[in-house]
Design a protein around this ligand. Structure first.
Ligand code: OAD
Length: 249
């Protein structure tokens, strides 16, 4: 079915929802100029091997390379602005009786767009922690790459989840509860490949929720979705929120 045919149907589902859970991925920030991970040619993993950069072993093997790669990514995130897709999700959180924003992204753009209580499953690239004792490191001493923790002298690392690491337990628990308790689950801009995030829409389905996917390309989730829309988040999401809550426009 065409996007224009699906839009009013999905808007009706959202407007009548008791509780909405939203899972976002790199596709939501793509229109803000932040590279996704798996898009051929432009994706981060097309240029680098994840295991060479986004693992504790990679950091121990070559801390300066990993630190510099994340500094390069942070510059891009700081320069980026939230796009209409981020603002539409923040607006939906105001209009819907209950709307939990869960993100795999580490760019903080949903918060900058006004999103509240955003569940950052994979951390936040603009925060730092100590590689040794895990404490949050507010101010790093310039000069060394990576800088050292002022508390214990350990290496400072970005506060993001690396491959092979556990997700923050409290955040994941909250996200699982939101997925199980919602009656509408919205998956936006994610390839739905990386677990445990990719399990969340399936948990929602298992609990009888209506599953809506908004993604530029088909994903393994697409066949399971009640509505699977091939669209750009920054274009479609604002139209969807306006159709669901015209009084809010
Ligand atoms: P991916 O790069 O795997 O997938 C991005 C998805 O967004 C693709 O399916 C694209 O089709 C879609 N897309 C691209 N531009 C879009 C747009 N403008 N509007 C809508 N959809 C668009 O990124 P994620 O699914 O977020 O994990 O990847 C999940 C995790 O894998 C990341 O959080 C990261 C990565 O390894 C960690 O770093 C732990």
């Amino acid at each position: 079915m065409s996007v224009d045919t699906l839009l009013p149907q999905i808007a009706e589902v959202l407007r009548n929802a008791r509780a909405i859970a939203v899972l976002t991925g790199a596709g939501l920030s793509a229109e803000s100029g932040i590279p996704t991970f798996r898009d051929a040619q432009t994706g981060l993993w097309a240029q680098y091997r994840a295991e060479d950069l986004a693992t504790p072993e990679a950091f121990e093997r070559n801390p300066q390379l990993v630190w510099d790669w994340y500094e390069m990514r942070r510059e891009g995130v700081r320069a980026a602005q939230p796009n209409p897709g981020h603002f539409a999700l923040a607006a939906m959180q105001v209009q819907a009786p209950a709307c939990t924003l869960i993100t795999q992204n580490v760019d903080g753009l949903l918060q900058r767009a006004g999103g509240r209580m955003v569940l950052e499953l994979h951390g936040n690239i603009l925060r730092n922690t100590c590689f040794d004792d895990g404490c949050v490191v507010e101010a790093v001493l310039e000069g060394q790459r990576p800088p050292r923790c002022p508390q214990c002298g350990g290496m400072v690392r970005p506060d993001v989840v690396w491959f092979g690491e556990e997700l923050p337990a409290d955040v994941l628990t909250h996200a699982i509860r939101a997925a199980k308790e919602c009656d509408v689950f919205l998956s936006i801009g994610t390839s739905a490949l990386v677990h445990p995030a990719a399990q969340l829409p399936m948990s929602a389905l298992d609990n009888g929720a209506t599953l809506i996917e908004v993604n530029r390309d088909p994903t393994p989730l697409s066949p399971s979705a009640h509505y699977s829309v091939r669209a750009l988040a920054g274009e479609f999401q604002p139209r969807l929120v306006k159709a669901a809550w015209p009084e809010a426009a």
